[in-house]
Ligand binder design. Structure first.
Ligand SMILES: Cc1cc2nc3c(=O)[nH]c(=O)nc-3n(C[C@H](O)[C@H](O)[C@H](O)COP(=O)(O)O)c2cc1C
Length: 216
């Protein structure tokens, strides 16, 4: 698949079929993740491909708990909005409800882990939340998502499970010192899956030479 076509249609797919994913397809996704760059080429990340039913059930229960808190808060925030502004969020929330109710039925849940000790986190001393460490994990996550797109698989980058990191680490035997930064439920789409994206225009996000200067 053309790379630009994959990037421009790789949207969140939350309704997934339980059908198994062939091992060779999964292997291509993992290879794509491994090709990603990391600071100093240290590769301070690992991915656990969870297929065992009992582990997926436990992850699903934890995810549903986190989603319940997040979605009820969001629904309260959206309640005063007029229908036409609320509608797109409502559609996403319904898809999120579906994912939370069927998390354990997805054939694979990919849990991305990272070791902050192996990272040169160049913004760690600044008086704002540090983000640089994520740059040595999320490119691998994005490669994984794009490879899934090109294989016709649906998936969505989720982070709500990080709230339950202690329980997830115990469940999956993740060693001390490692953290979790993404859980990707992966499966063939129940509906049409990937499609056009809704994003701000380039001019709103890209500048020329100075902040705010028109890019083109
Ligand atoms: C850092 C990050 C965390 C996210 N966490 C979740 C999550 O926990 N649950 C979820 O359903 N979607 C999650 N998403 C998916 C976003 O909601 C989704 O990518 C965004 O709304 C754009 O949707 P679209 O690609 O379908 O247009 C996350 C995405 C990112 C990039």
């Amino acid at each position: 698949m053309d790379l630009y076509e994959a990037m421009s249609s790789c949207r969140a797919v939350r309704r997934l079929r339980p059908d198994p994913i062939p091992d060779e397809v999964l292997a291509r996704l993992v290879q794509a993740a491994v090709w990603a760059p990391t600071g100093g080429n240290v590769q301070p990340w690992r991915v656990i491909l969870v297929r065992e039913a009992s582990a997926k059930q436990r992850l699903g229960a934890l995810y549903a708990q986190a989603w319940g808190g997040y979605s009820s808060q969001l629904r309260k925030t959206l309640a005063p909005l007029p229908d036409e502004r609320r509608a797109p969020h409502e559609r996403t929330l319904l898809a999120g409800d579906y994912l939370a109710a069927h998390f354990d039925e997805t054939p694979v849940i990919a849990i991305f882990c990272f070791d902050p000790k192996q990272m040169a986190i160049t913004d760690a001393g600044l008086e704002r939340p540090s983000v640089v460490g994520g740059g040595s994990v999320y490119p691998a996550v994005q490669n994984f998502l794009l490879a899934a797109r090109s294989e016709g698989l649906g998936c969505v980058l989720t982070t709500l499970l990080c709230q339950h990191e202690v329980a997830v680490k115990a469940l999956l035997a993740i060693p001390d010192g490692w953290g979790t930064c993404a859980a990707i439920p992966l499966g063939y789409p129940l509906r049409k899956g990937h499609g056009p994206l809704s994003r701000r225009p380039v001019d709103k996000l890209a500048y020329a030479d100075r902040w705010g200067a028109p890019y083109r």
